[in-house]
Design a protein around this ligand. Sequence first.
Ligand code: NAD
Length: 358
Amino acid sequence: VEWQKRVRTSAQIHRSNGLSVLVTGAAGFVGTHVSIALKRRGDGVVGLDNFNNYYDPSLKKARKALLNSNGIFVVEGDINDARILAKLFDIVAFTHVMHLAAQAGVRYAIQNPHSYVHSNIAGLVTLLEASKSADPQPAFVWASSSSVYGLNTKVPFSESDRTDRPASLYAATKKAGEEITHTYNHIYGLSITGLRFFTVYGPWGRPDMAYFSFTRNILQGKPITVYRGKNGVDLARDFTYIDDIVKGCLGSLDTSGKSTGSGGKKRGSAPYRIFNLGNTSPVTVPTLVSILEKHLKAEAKKNIVEMPGNGDVPFTHANVSLARKEIGYKPTTDLETGLKKFVRWYLSYYGYNQDKPV
Ligand code: NAD
C-alpha cells in the first residue's frame, strides 16, 4: 500500500555507512530539527508522531509540512500501538531508534497526570519491546531530562549526582525511563543512550515553554508571570540552543555501538550510557526577559510571584565534560544569539499580527 512505499522511500540511505533511524516525536520541536539534520547528511529517517493536542496541533502540522518538504515521511500513530511498531520494523531494518516522543512539560501533570504514564512509561515500554524484538536490533537513543536532578543542590549537575528527589511527575517518569531502559540493556542487550536535555529553545519551539509564551505576551502587550524562588532568589536555567542539542543527538547516534541481542551469552556487553546535554552557563529568568525585550524592541509587563510548588526547580546547570569526552559535544550558542534566531523565526511564522493560534 501507499504509506508503506512512503516509509521505504523515507528510510533510504544516501551516503556510505549511513544510518536508518526511526524518530519518534518527529513532529515535535526537537524531533523536527533532529530529523532534518539526519536527512541532510544522507541518513534514512522515518518519523512517528501521534499529533496530540498538548499544544497547538497546527504548529505540529506546519513542522510536518517542513519535514515532508525535506523528504521525510511522518507516520501518524502512537508509540503505544504495538502493531504499527511491528509493521515499521518489518518494513525497515532500522539501525537506530531516536526516541523523542513524550509528554513534556512539568506543570501539565497537575491537570493530566495519566498522560505522563501513558507516553513516558507505557509507551516507552511498548517501543522497547518492539526494538528488542526487531531483527536487527536497533541501537536506542532517547531523551531523558535535566529534571531528574530535581531538588539536588550540588552544581553543576554531573551524571553521577543523585537523582532521587524528583520535583514533578514528569521528572519521576523520566527517572523511571532511565531505570526501564537500563533493564532492557541488561536483559535484552539493547544499546541504550539516555540524553538529559537542559531547557532546549529555538525556532519551531514549544509554545508551552516560558521563552515562547513570554515572546507572545510581550508582543501582545499582555503581562507575563515571572516566578521567583523563596527568599527572593531568581530562578535560573541552563538554556540550550536547539542546534547544540541536535549535534549532541547525532553524536550519540554515531557512537552508540551495537545492540547485542538477547539470549544470555552476550548479556551486558551492549553499552548503557547517560549524558547531560546542556549549555554549561545558566541564565536567570529576569535576564532572559531583558534579552527578549531587547530583541523584540518592546517592554515586558512583569508580574513577579513566588514559585508555586507545582513542579519547577529553582535552577539547572549542566556539567557536560562526559558528553564532551565520549561524543565530542561542545555547545557553541549563547542565549543572546540563540534568542535572536528564535525571535526572527517567531516573527516570520506568526507575523506581528499574531492571528495564528498558539
Ligand atoms: P514536543 O512536545 O514538541 O515533542 C514531542 C512529540 O511527541 C510531540 O510532537 C507529540 O505529538 C509526540 N508524542 C507525545 N506522546 C506521543 C505518543 N504517545 N505517541 C506518539 N507521539 C507522541 O517536545 P520536545 O521539546 O521536542 O521534546 C522532545 C523530547 O525531549 C521529549 O522526550 C521531552 O521530554 C524531552 N526534553 C525536552 C526538553 C526541552 O526543553 N524541550 C528538555 C528536557 C527533555
